[in-house]
Structure formats: C-alpha cells, structure tokens
Design a protein around this ligand. Sequence first.
Ligand code: C2E
Ligand code: CA
Ligand code: CA
Ligand code: CA
Length: 277
Amino acid sequence: KEAGKGCHTSFLPEMMEDNKRKLAIASAILPGLQNDEFQVYYQPKVNVNGEVVGYEALIRWIESKLGFVSPAEFIPIAEATGRVVFITEWVIKKVFDDLSSLIEIHGPHLKVSINLSATDIKRIELLNYIERNYQMYGVDPKNTEFEVTESSYLENFEEADKFLQELSKIGASIALDDFGTGYSSLGYLTKIPIDTLKIDKQFIDELEVDERSTLITTTIIQLAKQLNLTICAEGVETEKQKDYLFNKECDQLQGYYFSKPTPLKDIQKLRRGDADT
Ligand code: C2E
Ligand code: CA
Ligand code: CA
Ligand code: CA
C-alpha cells in the first residue's frame, strides 16, 4: 500500500507534464503548417540491382519553441485531436509537387509512398482531395503509393476497404505497413486491394539473431510471393541483413544501410555530384 501511494505521487506530476506537452504539440500543429515549419524527407527503397525503385515520404517538424518533434510523437497526437487530416493533405500536395523532380532522377517507374493514418482512410472526402491534386499537379497515380498499417485497416474495415478499393481503382498502389506486428489473421489478405507488404523493422533487427524472427521474415516473404505481392523490408541497417534478405528474394529494402530520410534538395545535389565524377 505504501509503495502504491509513493507511485501515485510521482506519477501524477509526470502525467501532467506529459499532458502539457501533448497540448502544446496539438495546438502548435496548425500554426506550424501555416508558418512552413514542416518538411518532407524521402527515404529510398532499393531493389536487388541497387536501383532506387521508390521513396517513402516522411514528415519532419521543427517547431519554433519545442524544436525537433518526432512524427512518432506528433502524428498520434494529431490523430487523437482530429488534426491529422491537415497534415496528410499538406504532405500529399508537397509530395505531388516534388514527384516530377524525383521521376526525372530515377525514371518513370518510380513510386513515392505517402503514409495515411487510421482517421484518413475513414474520410471519403480525402479521396476527392487526392484525385483533385493528381489533376492539379499532373501526377500519374501509378507513381504513387499509400501506406496504411494493418491495424488502421482492420479497425475500420468497412470504411477503410471502401476507401482503398477506390484508391486502387484510380491506379495508386497500396502498401500494408508494419506487417506482422498487429493482427495475426491472414485471411483478409486475399480480400483487400494491396500491392505491397512491408515487413516491420522489429523482425529485421533480429534477423539471424532470433530464430523465430528469422523464420517469420522468410515466411512473410514466401507468403507475399505466393500472393503476388511486392515485399519490402524496412529498417535494414547492415550489409548482412541486406545480403540475407536479397538472398531470400525480398523485392525491396529500405533502411539506414542505404540512406536515411533525406530532403529533395540533397537528393538532387547528390545526383549532380554523381554526374560530375
Ligand atoms: P513508419 O511509417 O513505420 O516509418 C518508418 C520509420 O522508420 C521512419 O521513422 C524512418 O525514418 C525509420 N527508419 C527507416 N529506416 C530505419 C533504419 O534503418 N533504422 C531505424 N532505427 N529507423 C529507420 P520516422 O520518420 O521517425 O517516422 C515514424 C513514424 O511516424 C512512421 O513510421 C509513421 O508511422 C509516422 N509518419 C512519418 N511521416 C508521416 C506522415 O507524413 N504521415 C503520417 N500519417 N505518418 C507519418
Ligand atoms: Ca510507413
Ligand atoms: Ca513501417
Ligand atoms: Ca512503424
């Protein structure tokens, strides 16, 4: 009982601090969008020939008072407070605007992926927004992919499925993100309009270290092959992981081993540097 009380007194102030920060973050999102505090970074997805076949768009935020705030922290807050739609719409415009420059570098088959959150795929209006912006920016849907997590898909299955069926019909690709971490039911995989499975980093971290993670990874790769899905491994950090995954015929790898997420400007600079040598 004593110990329990002790816990309480140290826990409460901490909780209040935590709530204060959450509130500060929530109320800084819209001003941040207005003041150009956000950026999109791009992390390459590489195939077995070393070619960049895609990029994942990852948002970055340097807030005027809070400094760098990780998307892992502010995206869940934005979702909980209904503000994530403004972020998503901003990212879509930014990516569509950048897309032609990336295609110029990597060719017409490039796909750039945008993360959608659980609340996004409940909003049918977002579909209209995406279609309008394809037109406005002259973007071919074939060059775009949308990443949704397994849990956000299954939590609102009916709405999400309608949304993603539509998106897929238009010609965009759909990737199932963080695969293997959420639900274990696999039956739905044949019923939903996905093109790509992304194996979560937690399994890649333990490749050839933990027997089960290794087995799960190779099984997911085989499953994807048999379902005719593209398979992408995320969080690849070492040459050993790269060799192992390409040996098992994983289609695409993404991770610090190849590159950290990078601003478009730096991708272009790197490219020019390459051309000079
Ligand atoms: P995610 O979609 O699973 O993205 C992968 C995360 O892993 C990114 O973190 C990326 O920078 C990081 N990562 C990639 N390769 C490596 C690696 O080799 N080692 C390690 N340690 N990490 C690696 P990031 O950019 O901090 O994003 C975190 C999460 O925030 C994302 O997880 C995604 O859920 C969310 N997020 C990021 N950008 C957006 C966005 O524009 N919209 C939405 N809705 N969510 C976003
Ligand atoms: Ca993702
Ligand atoms: Ca992921
Ligand atoms: Ca993740």
